[in-house]
Design a protein around this ligand. Structure first.
Ligand SMILES: [Zn+2]
Length: 477
């Protein structure tokens, strides 16, 4: 008979005693990690005994697990559990630590050369590593957009609660391009600005230039800049740029110090940081840049410019996580599938010019509809919104398209209201909503019925308050 494995015991701050396994399954800069016997949770102990002695630490952890915890929200908590690996309890004995859920299985490689390893963005965005991945793990460009949305949304949620992460990086965000999932981990060192000073400066490549530029000053020096929401905004922009374009925005050929590699890194990511795509100063542009950031389309390209031009050295100019989230969600509406079955991206953003896929240069053939949205003004007229939906076979219309006061966020109703289909050479809209849609100058579209889309058609998607008008435009590929 096998002897049962020994278990160790830890006491929570509530007094409850839990079991954990003696084997150390992971070790980071700050913590050692053990499984609970059911392997559904991990117990993480702080390595530094000074952390346990810090009188601020326990109340800080209590705030993170309690007051600031989005995963316990009765309405949206379930949604946030997928986006954060949020601590569920505090351990006080034998040492200070936290209990957290185990990362979902899809954030570990199931096969291939990296089997068992955590999926960090670097595996997918570095062209060299990416080539070594099984095709099924690489994901389409749509998945990278979805990962970006989830990350921006999670950061927006933290920032709205007054928290800063302080160490957002490829190490602290796990991704799964096969499904488009992303999760923020290591949430226990969150910063409540003005209350909890940060533990770390951040991770190289993601630390904001002003933090790196003042890192040589004493912590108490008023000129010293510490991680905050503004510095999270820099890290968020870097991560989104990496996910969507597969390269780092500041790592180019320019040498900023010949003294040492460390000094060059400090200058290149700090006070002399320069975007590799800066249109006026091209001294950091790689010889082979790849596709321009402009392929990200009309909503994201201006945010990229703000983040890496003015915002790079002027933190107040950086786009907020909420702005990224909205621009990313709207960009989803401009996506078109690439006709080339061997395309490395699979999807691309419809821009102003011809519908050509930037990842494989295939031009989309034939004409297809685009819906231009108008919202109802106070006096009955409809106002243009600079919001378009590119239509593809099996694309859907959701409540956030039909109504101008719905947003595709954590609490959104995701019931399809219509779908589009290409049939006998024409494009059709099929009404799946709960009311007929009105067509200006034609018969209404009943529930369950459809209409063939024609250039210039005006469809009132709902007569209810906030119902939008969609004007059909046929685009030729
Ligand atoms: Zn393509």
């Amino acid at each position: 008979m096998a002897t049962p494995k020994p278990v160790l015991h830890a006491t929570l701050d509530s007094g409850q005693v839990i079991e954990y396994l003696p084997e150390v399954i992971g070790e980071g800069g700050m913590k050692v990690v053990h499984f609970t016997p059911d392997r559904k949770s991990v117990v993480c102990f702080f390595k530094d005994v000074g952390v346990g002695a810090d009188p601020q630490r326990l109340p800080r952890l209590q705030n993170i697990v309690g007051k600031y915890n989005p995963t316990t929200d009765p309405k949206t908590g379930h949604y946030w559990k997928d986006l954060f690996c949020w601590p569920t309890a505090i351990v006080v004995k034998p040492r200070l630590g936290v209990v957290a859920p185990t990362y979902a299985g899809n954030f570990f490689f199931a096969s291939g050369p990296f089997k068992g390893k955590e999926k960090q963005a670097t595996w997918f965005t570095s062209p060299k590593l990416r080539r070594m991945l099984p095709a099924a793990e690489r994901g389409t460009w749509l998945a990278y957009l979805q990962m970006s949305i989830r990350l921006a949304r999670a950061v927006r949620r933290m920032h709205n609660a007054g928290l800063a992460h302080s160490d957002l990086s490829n190490k602290n965000v796990l991704v799964d391009p096969a499904s488009g999932a992303a999760v923020i981990i290591d949430v226990d060192s969150l910063v409540v600005p003005q209350v909890h000073p940060p533990d770390v400066l951040g991770t190289p490549g993601y630390i904001a230039p002003e933090v790196l530029g003042s890192a040589n000053l004493e912590l108490t020096d008023p000129q010293r800049i510490l991680p905050s929401r503004r510095t999270d905004q820099h890290a968020l922009a870097v991560l989104i740029y990496q996910y969507l374009l597969g390269r780092h925005p500041l790592r180019g050929p320019r040498v900023n110090s010949t003294q040492s590699a460390e000094e060059d890194e400090r200058m290149s990511m700090g006070e002399r940081a320069l975007w590799i795509e800066n249109p006026t100063d091209t001294t950091n542009r790689p010889a082979k840049l790849g596709v321009s950031y402009k392929v990200l389309g009309p909503y994201l390209a201006p945010l990229v410019e703000r983040a890496f031009m003015n915002g790079l050295h002027h933190p107040a100019e950086r786009p907020g996580a909420d702005e990224w989230e909205r621009a990313l969600v709207k960009t989803t509406d401009l996506l078109l599938p690439c006709a080339n079955s061997a395309c490395p991206g699979g999807w691309f953003v419809l821009g102003e010019g011809a519908p050509r896929c930037p990842w494989c240069r295939t031009l989309k053939a034939g004409s297809f509809p685009v819906l231009n949205f108008y919202r109802a003004g106070k006096t009955g007229q409809f106002l243009a919104e600079r919001h378009r939906l590119a239509v593809w076979h099996h694309a859907r219309l959701y409540p956030w398209h039909v109504f101008d006061n719905h947003f595709a966020g954590e609490g959104a109703d995701r019931t399809p209201q219509a779908y589009f289909a290409r049939q006998s050479g024409g494009w059709w809209l099929m009404n799946q909503g709960r009311e007929a849609m009105t067509v200006v100058g034609a018969a209404p579209i009943p529930v369950g019925g459809g209409i063939e889309l024609k250039d210039g058609q005006q469809i009132q998607l709902s007569k209810a308050q906030h119902g939008r008008l969609a004007v059909v435009q046929m685009v030729n590929g």
